[in-house]
Design a protein around this ligand. Structure first.
Ligand code: CTP
Length: 471
């Protein structure tokens, strides 16, 4: 609920009173913000000059999630390290965490700030704060930035794409937005396919797998589902890190074997379910697990996407069907919130004319909860995500798999909290960024989709296929 005008005026008067008191007792409070990644001379000088503007310096350090939402991907240092470095400079009297875009104004009022300051690269951006405090843009130190240090420090990973389908075409522009990776090659065994794709994106084409592996250090597997296993295996055998489109594999034993192989070789194997890596979904899980809706008891996830009757997805007996196509998305929130230890999973499907499932519901039973994963390529439904707890529920409308907005509801219908995050374009940049951070050993984002969770999803795929395809 927004505060009414009277309340705003009261806050304003209170703020001015406190600020005048600060001044009377001679304390000038200064605030500044930044990521302070790979702490450098520019940061040191900025903090020194910020402190010299007053008596008490508060430094806001951004969270990784906030940086991701504002498109700053690949921050190398953890939040803890960045805070420690700011403290070590000796200029900060207090360090706070900055986690959302509207926070600066709130902080200026809350801490009764006299001077807000940042570097001159931000000139004009924070003028709106001048109604509440003095805004000072300090000259930026020349020829140094975290971006520059990241580029120097990091080896650029040369990535090759296996497959030339729609998703492969989306991957390349998204990878361009992540510093530290360069997509250089594409492989497709079908004559001409790689060459056409390569020409479009200005990369090298390969029809020979050995030669392709010789040209890259990591691969993105975007080939048809049933080919993932053998490509991942051969890529790992050739010493390449692997980011594989979902569903990574269709059998539990295959997932276990490949993760073991990656671990043995010291390589990263990463299942690309983009939802798992986007900032909004991480926040949603955090809230669901925080107790805000009590204990989670039910998760219902639905994703439908109508395909033409002659599409590969509805006709190809090997690669088609709604559950293999969309099942990873709808299983994800269930497995994330209830874990891999379901007691039972059973399926209901509607089959299309080619014998493939055009609509599927997977029902999960856990000791303390129920999950329903619904997906369809030939039946349309409201694609929403509903997480129900003992004291409230979270609802996310389609496209919840690109989580950008969700609401938390309680018994009282008027009691609703709303959350917004950014999900930029195709959103593959988030998983690419996490994949790269894991290769570089700079981030521990494995928790966003653990090996155990990928293995559990492969197990469910296997059960589904054994009941509905092979059976
Ligand atoms: N800063 C500065 N001189 C530099 C670099 C940064 O004065 N050469 C200032 C920024 O203007 C900001 C603060 O230091 O007020 C924190 O900046 P931050 O964005 O963390 O550092 P950058 O090096 O600019 O990071 P990036 O390259 O990731 O944008």
């Amino acid at each position: 609920m927004l505060p009414d005008k009277g309340h705003c005026e009261w806050l304003e008067r209170n703020f001015n009173k406190k600020r005048n008191l600060n001044r009377r007792i001679g304390v000038i409070k200064v605030i500044t913000y930044g990521t302070f990644d790979l702490f450098h001379e520019g940061h040191y000088k900025l903090l020194k000059r910020a402190k010299a503007l007053g008596d008490y310096l508060i430094v806001g350090v951004t969270t990784e999630e906030y940086d991701q939402t504002r498109g700053k991907l690949n921050v190398v240092d953890s939040l803890v390290t960045r805070i420690e470095n700011v403290k070590k400079s000796g200029f900060a009297d207090e360090v706070i965490i900055e986690s959302s875009p509207g926070q600066k104004l709130v902080d200026v009022k809350k801490y009764q700030i006299d001077i807000f300051t940042v570097g001159s690269d931000w000139i004009g951006t924070f003028d709106y704060l001048s109604d509440y405090c003095k805004v000072v843009y300090l000259e930026r130190t020349k020829n140094i930035s975290s971006t520059m240090l990241r580029a120097q420090k990091k080896h650029i990973q040369r990535i090759g794409v296996i497959g030339t389908g729609r998703i492969a075409g989306r991957f390349i522009p998204e990878a361009k937005l992540v510093s530290g990776v360069n997509v250089e090659a594409v492989y497709n065994p079908h004559p001409g396919s790689a060459a056409r794709f390569a020409q479009k994106w200005g990369i090298d084409a390969y029809e020979d797998l050995e030669a392709f592996y010789g040209a890259v250090e990591a691969v993105y597997v975007a080939s048809p589902h049933e080919t993932h296993y053998s490509y991942i295996q051969s890529a790992l055998e050739h010493g390449k890190h692997v980011l594989c489109e979902k569903p990574m594999v269709l059998k539990r034993a295959q997932a276990e074997e490949l993760f073991a192989l990656a671990a043995k070789r010291g390589l990263i194997l990463f299942e690309g379910i983009k939802t798992a890596y986007c900032p909004g979904f991480s926040r949603l899980l955090g809230i669901a697990c925080s107790g805000m809706i009590g204990n989670v008891r039910s998760v219902e996830a639905c994703f439908t996407k109508l395909e033409g009757p002659q599409s590969r997805e509805l006709t190809d007996p090997n690669y088609g069907g709604s559950f293999t196509e969309l099942g990873s998305y709808v299983m994800l929130p269930i497995i994330k919130l209830f874990g891999s230890g379901y007691e039972e999973v059973r399926f209901d499907t509607i089959e299309g004319e080619h014998g493939l499932d055009v609509f599927t519901k997977a029902h999960f039973r856990y000791p303390n909860g129920l999950g329903t994963a619904t997906c369809g390529l030939g039946v349309k439904s409201e694609g929403s995500l509903l997480i129900c707890g003992t004291t409230g529920y979270i609802v996310v409308e389609a496209p919840w798999w690109k989580t950008a907005y969700f609401e938390v509801h309680h018994e009282d219908p008027k009691d609703v909290e709303k959350y917004t995050d950014r999900f930029l374009e195709d959103g593959l940049r988030y998983e690419i960024s996490d994949f790269l951070s894991m290769i570089n050993g700079s981030s521990k984002s494995e928790f966003k989709l653990t090996r155990g969770e990928s293995i559990a999803m492969a197990e469910v795929m296997e059960k589904f296929l054994s009941e509905y395809r092979e059976g």
